[in-house]
Design a protein around this ligand. Structure first.
Ligand SMILES: [Zn+2]
Length: 220
């Protein structure tokens, strides 16, 4: 059973997009801290090109949470928020992580007991140009809108030392298969989504699958 959002007091907040990294961060903290209560939240980011992505990510999120419950993880509750900025044009004017942290700050204001934010950045992210600045900016967004200091709200990076392939290995196969990371899911047959194999996220996954044949499941 999921924890009741309205009745419970939560220790930490965890964004879940349904992708590999956020699923792995969630799986790790739930497994390692069974006595802590986590509030999982998903943002339905509606923007100019979100299209099938929001639908597919919502499906992945639901499947992941169901799997966690079925496998004995009962230390989380769930909320979903929708932020629609599609009227600002085809290209989103802000990074996803900025929207996620802004939305997180709204949730934390409604649950002010929360003292930890679980950030799913992985080792590879730190190698990207400008990542440190982006991280700094999204921390400011969180602090500005919650009014919480570093002592009052800790930002925890459970995957910061792990490259993508290690993050994929952390997840049980079944759970990895339920994730969805492609930014532009295509409808590839009747009632079926497939990965685009063109977006940066597909590029990373395909490279790992090609260099580690037969190691990973094929459904995600
Ligand atoms: Zn893709």
């Amino acid at each position: 059973m999921r924890l009741d959002y309205f009745k419970e007091k939560f220790d930490a907040i965890v964004p879940l997009s349904g992708g590999i990294d956020s699923a792995a961060a969630l799986y790790k903290v739930l497994s390692e801290n069974p006595n802590k209560k986590y509030l999982v939240f998903r943002i339905d980011m509606v923007h100019g090109t979100s299209g099938n992505r929001t639908t597919r990510e919502a499906m992945a999120t639901e499947k992941i949470l169901n799997w966690l419950e079925e496998n004995g993880h009962n230390n989380f509750g769930f909320r979903e928020l929708r932020i629609d900025y599609s009227s600002l044009g085809l290209t989103p004017p802000v990074w996803d992580s900025e929207v996620v942290n802004f939305a997180a700050s709204l949730v934390i204001q409604s649950k002010p007991e929360i003292s930890e934010f679980v950030e799913g950045a992985i080792q590879d992210d730190y190698l990207e140009k400008g990542f440190a600045e982006r991280l700094n900016k999204i921390e400011k967004i969180l602090r500005l809108h919650t009014g919480k200091s570093a002592e009052e709200l800790e930002i925890y990076f459970p995957l910061k030392d792990k490259p993508k392939v290690e993050v994929m290995r952390m997840l049980p196969e079944e759970l990895l298969n339920l994730t969805w990371s492609c930014r532009y899911p295509k409808i590839v047959g009747p009632w079926q989504f497939g990965r685009c194999h063109e977006c940066p996220q597909c590029g990373v996954i395909d490279k790992i699958l090609n260099s580690n044949p037969n190691e990973f499941p094929q459904g995600f």
